[in-house]
Write a protein of this length. Sequence first.
Length: 200
Amino acid sequence: MNNPKYVKIDEELYEINTDFRVALKCNEISNDNAIGDHERALAIIYTLFGEKGLKSQRGDKLLELGLKYLNMNKELPIGKPAEEQKDELDFTKCKGLIKSSFKYDYGYDPYELDYLHWYEFYNDLENLSNNEFGTCCVLNRITNLLNTDTKEIKDKKQRTQIKKAQEEIRRLYCKEKETKITKKQEESAREFYKALGIEI
């Protein structure tokens, strides 16, 4: 997969701030419930494309391309009801685990580098050791424990211990799940994205 550095709109190039820390900052912004949708969109555009992006008359397209870049050119997820959401690790809360896991597997700490492209960071993150019969980095040990199906565990004491451990992992390392949105909130969000030229 190529590591993109620019997006193109109407023959004009917009440079992307491609360092992985910028992408993680965008992730943080997107999960910040203290800011509204409009401010969130502007903050992501500014973080990814700087002043030029903020001053562009094509903010709608920039946001669309920026989200596509952040999502590794995969199809953008549409919001699911809260009860369907899976537990998802929060990059910011997991910084220490990421540092330790990269050191363990690759011998380097990405946060000590001056620059690392988001796609390279994500590729290394996805390929961290995860072998239940051999080596496994701390990040994947946490992930595996979180994803353990306690219904499959027959021993009541062990099942209780794992459930408690999962609750602690959620508290320490997971994103807060969104509350179920009302019809009015959903319609408001659709109108906002429609104004930006994005259909959801």
